[in-house]
Each structure stands twice: as structure tokens, then as C-alpha cells.
Design a binder for this molecule. Structure first.
Ligand SMILES: [Zn+2]
Length: 207
């Protein structure tokens, strides 16, 4: 069973401020007590860290959190400053999750990757850039509006395909990560079983 924003109710504890069930992990929707503001943008919204962000779910959670911060937390005597900070953190997290380039940067870093100034693995990158720059400069000199627009369009297409490529990489990474985690969990379960079994058999040796 889940509440309106999809947070499992069974895992929600009671609010330390008013005793109401904690519907959101971050803030009490009844009294506005702010429990914690996670620095992780996904965690703040209670979403799994993933390239794929469920937009309706993000917006629904944003509304619920934002309402609790603005209407409940800010009304508390101790709450105004914390509520402002919480709303700022919420807005920043939402912007990050909605912007594919920012989301990619965040995921890359969280996987231990390091940002680069320019692609190292794509040989043709430099010549692609030069080609578009040249086409744009020439079109501007000639006052050719159609060619100018098409140079911009071409750059937009490069942007779009780079975002698609990032998404494909993160999706593969998530899939293999979850498969390997599953394999590791199986191996661990089996190791635990055999450790008990070895103990049990050893104990039977003496008899
Ligand atoms: Zn409360």
C-alpha cells in the first residue's frame, strides 16, 4: 500500500513533532517538521537514482514537498529559515533532475566518473565542431538566413544525440549494476549457507 506520492506507508515512521504518520521521509505533512534535507537530488524526492526520471511522479512529489515546506514548515516559529532553505534545495534538485545534462553530470560523478572538457573517445569530434563553425561563419558572411538556421539545427541535433548516448550508457550501466548486485547477493547467500553447513558437518565429525 502506498500513499498519494507512492511512498510505501509501511516504512513510514511517526513524526517526532506531532506523532502523525510520516508520509514523506523529508517533512511532516501535518505539522511541517523538517526531518532532513538529503543532499542527493533523487533521495530528496524519494526516487531511485537513475537516468530514467518518472516525470509525473517527480512533479507530484515536488508539489507535495513544496506545499508542506511553504504552508506548514514556514508557519512554525522555528521554521521560516529552514523552510526557505528546504524550498531552495527542492527547486535546485528539481532543476537538476529535469536537465538531462545536469542529470548526466550528477550520475557520472555518483558512479565515480570524472567530467571531461571534451570527448576523448570520439575522434571525429573536433572536425564536426570545425565543420559547423565554418558553415555558420560562411552563412553569416553571406547573410544566408536559411544556412544559418541549418547550422544551428545541426548543432542542436549533435546535442540531442549526445544526450541520447549518455542515456544509453547510464541505462546499460544501471542494468549491469543491478545484475551484478543480484549475482553478488546470490553468491553471498550461498556463502553464508555453506559456512553454516561446514560448521554443522564439522560438528558432526567428532561424533
Ligand atoms: Zn508532524
Amino acid at each position: 500500500m502506498t500513499d498519494v506520492v507512492g511512498v510505501p506507508l509501511s516504512t513510514a515512521a511517526a513524526c517526532t513533532g506531532c506523532g502523525a504518520p510520516r508520509v514523506l521521509p523529508v517533512v511532516c505533512t501535518e505539522c511541517g517538521t523538517i526531518f532532513e534535507i538529503p543532499s542527493d537530488a533523487f533521495e530528496l524526492f524519494g526516487l531511485a537514482r537513475s537516468w530514467a526520471v518518472d516525470l509525473p511522479s517527480l512533479e507530484q512529489r515536488y508539489d507535495a514537498l513544496s506545499r508542506a515546506f511553504r504552508e506548514k514548515s514556514s508557519a512554525r516559529t522555528d521554521g521560516l529559515e529552514r523552510s526557505k532553505a528546504a524550498v531552495e534545495a527542492l527547486d535546485a534538485a528539481r532543476r537538476l533532475l529535469l536537465d538531462p545534462v545536469e542529470r548526466a553530470r550528477y550520475l557520472l560523478t555518483s558512479y565515480g566518473g570524472v567530467e571531461r572538457e571534451k570527448p576523448m573517445r570520439k575522434r571525429e569530434f573536433q572536425s564536426e565542431v570545425m565543420e559547423i563553425d565554418r558553415a555558420f561563419t560562411k552563412a553569416r558572411q553571406e547573410g544566408d538566413a536559411a544556412r544559418l538556421a541549418s547550422a544551428v539545427l545541426e548543432a542542436e541535433e549533435k546535442l540531442a544525440s549526445a544526450i541520447v548516448a549518455a542515456g544509453q550508457s547510464f541505462t546499460r550501466l544501471e542494468r549491469s549494476l543491478s545484475e551484478e548486485l543480484g549475482a553478488a547477493a546470490d553468491a553471498l547467500a550461498e556463502a553464508r549457507f555453506w559456512r553454516r553447513k561446514v560448521d554443522e558437518l564439522r560438528a558432526g565429525l567428532g561424533g
